[in-house]
Write a protein that binds this ligand. Structure first.
Ligand SMILES: *[C@@H]1O[C@H](CO)[C@@H](O)[C@H](O)[C@H]1NC(C)=O
Ligand SMILES: *[C@@H]1O[C@H](CO)[C@@H](O)[C@H](O)[C@H]1NC(C)=O
Length: 210
């Protein structure tokens, strides 16, 4: 596999403190263990909306050029059972194969789903709204605001990436099939005939603990 050029974040570093983010944002909150950590690199750009102010339960480390991102989010999952299957999910976007999903079970007991086991956007309404928003709007800023406006779920935060040109990787741990969580990608065709690929990461964020 080709080595990806990391623009300013070093994703091998476990400790956020070891990451340098010149001109960007750096999260220095101490991990508590149940975070969903997401790394995306390299991407073209990203935007967030909803309840997205930076806090311990939703923090985005990024550089000034916004081409690599590391998110630590704590979701308020609808089903709190420890039996719920939990995955480490890797999205690989390559020129040869497009977006490929690889999900590795890390805990819990898999349940049989008739449809796509790699669907991590369980609320079909949310999933359909994301498709509509990505196909309707042509800039990531508007898409991001539209996610919050139309999906309209109190307590949710939304993150959308413009994946840019392949190759790129998005890796997320602590992912569940849950109604309060959604991760999906969507293609769009621009008026000039070119295509774009977008990835959305969203969900109900845990309330701040005192
Ligand atoms: C929660 O998850 C467990 C384990 O997968 C499952 O047995 C149970 O039915 C789920 N509860 C609800 C309300 O969906
Ligand atoms: C999806 O939307 C339909 C129509 O508005 C509604 O009846 C249904 O309850 C919604 N489903 C979920 C899971 O929110």
């Amino acid at each position: 596999m080709k080595l990806l050029i990391l623009s300013c974040l070093t994703f091998s570093a476990i400790l956020a403190q070891q990451t340098s983010a010149p001109g960007g944002n750096l999260c220095t909150y101490t991990p508590v263990g149940d975070e969903s950590n997401q790394k995306a690199v390299p991407i073209q750009d990203f935007r967030s909306s909803g309840l997205d102010f930076i806090r311990p339960n939703w923090c985005i480390t990024h550089c000034q050029d916004r081409k690599s991102v590391k998110v630590a989010a704590r979701f308020n999952f609808a089903n709190q059972s420890t039996l719920v299957p939990t995955y480490k999910v890797r999205l690989h976007n390559t020129r040869e194969n497009g977006m490929k999903v690889h999900a590795e079970l890390t805990s819990g007991v898999p349940t049989k789903r008739d449809d796509d086991p790699f669907n991590f956007c369980m609320d079909d309404n949310v999933s359909a709204q994301i498709d509509t928003i990505v196909s309707t709007y042509n800039d990531i800023e508007t898409m991001s605001e539209a996610l919050n406006y139309y999906i309209n779920k109190p307590g949710w935060a939304y993150l959308i990436y413009d994946m840019g040109n392949p190759p790129s990787i998005i890796e997320t741990d602590n992912v569940k099939h849950d109604l309060n969580y959604c991760s999906k990608f969507a293609n769009k065709q621009f008026p000039d005939g070119t295509y774009g690929l977008y990835q959305v990461f969203a969900g109900l964020i845990k309330a701040d603990s005192p």
